[in-house]
Design a protein around this ligand. Structure first.
Ligand code: C5P
Length: 302
């Protein structure tokens, strides 16, 4: 497990790692309107930071670079999902007669919101993990997955935060032996609406992902990923042209693989060496000082 965690005397910490869709193929649509996906996912070593501490009353305190965007009426974002995760878990624990006392939660919101890297979903998953540790809860993994899926299609994959292939709407998970890579995230800081991007798709029965390597061979995986795509990238770039520019800047920075994640606007570049990623991150920060640029690493598979 790569998700970093720590415990000390009634206080638990969790990192909500940024989720990166290295490829995302839209393969169909369910009767309820949700889209069937085939997506290759990894996680960054960096993300939002959460803490959970036993307290006299429930609370949620938000800080961090993107914290101010979550206060007020920004429902549907991390603050809301954290509270929904806490309350759904509590209801399940109540049904099984388990402890679920009041808790003070803090969120350091480091990831841009509504940006295709699962910030809200990762926060919800980190809340489930953190509270179960704080309260010493025991639930069958199927029950936990059920709660996660109720919170959002991307929450189950964020529970483990390991490289995986996800199908269905995100509930069929299969870990993959994907190596870790130096990675740069680039976002023009234009929030995009996920439902709007899905609505703008003109083809919903695209081919599934094919031919992923069975072993953690760095070069073979890079070659395989180059041949994949994100079917949401066209509609997203049509809505927000800076997404196309971000991908083009990553191409110019000599990323081995570059693409948009999720429904955007965050784009990622994978590099062969730390030096190449550092050089790219410095050049991109200088060229687009008002954009979000993160130099990080993707986690390695089991
Ligand atoms: O699950 P989540 O709340 O992140 O999804 C946001 C919206 O994106 C959904 O309400 C739906 O309109 C769209 N969506 C979809 N198919 C998916 C995931 C999301 O159509 N697999």
């Amino acid at each position: 497990m790569t998700t970093s965690t720590a415990v000390s005397a009634g206080r638990v910490e969790e990192t909500a790692s940024a989720k990166i869709n290295l490829a995302l193929h839209v393969t169909g649509r369910r009767e309820d309107g949700y889209h069937l996906l085939d997506t290759l996912v990894t996680f960054a070593e960096d993300g939002d930071e959460l803490s959970f501490e036993a307290a006299a009353a429930d609370s949620l305190a938000i800080s961090g670079r993107f914290g101010p965007l979550l206060s007020g009426n920004n429902a549907g974002e991390a603050d809301n999902l954290i509270i929904r995760a806490r309350d759904l878990l509590r209801a399940t624990l109540d049904d099984t007669g388990q402890y679920h006392g009041p808790v003070a939660i803090t969120l350091e919101k480091n990831l841009p919101v509504a940006s295709g890297i699962g910030g809200g979903s990762a926060d919800a998953a980190a809340t489930l993990r953190g509270l179960m540790r704080l309260w010493g809860s025991e639930l069958p993994s199927a029950t936990l997955m059920h709660i996660a899926l109720k919170l959002g299609a991307d929450v189950p994959m964020c529970l483990s935060s390991v490289p995986l292939r996800a199908r269905g709407i995100g509930e069929e998970l299969q870990p993959v032996d994907l190596p870790g890579y130096p990675m740069v995230l680039l976002n023009p800081l234009k929030p995009v609406s996920t439902p709007e991007i899905f609505r703008r798709l003109d083809k919903r029965d695209n081919a599934a992902i094919d031919g992923l390597p069975a072993e953690a061979d760095e070069t073979a995986w890079l070659a395989a990923m180059r041949g994949l795509r994100n079917d949401l990238q066209g509609p997203a770039a049509a809505l927000e042209p800076e997404i196309a520019e971000a991908c083009d800047l990553l191409r110019q920075s000599e990323a081995e693989v570059f693409r948009m994640s999720g429904s955007g606007a965050t784009c990622f570049g994978l590099y062969k060496t730390e030096a190449a990623a550092l050089k790219a991150a410095l050049a991109l920060s200088a060229f687009r000082p008002n954009w979000y640029v993160l130099l990080t690493r993707s986690v390695a598979g089991a």
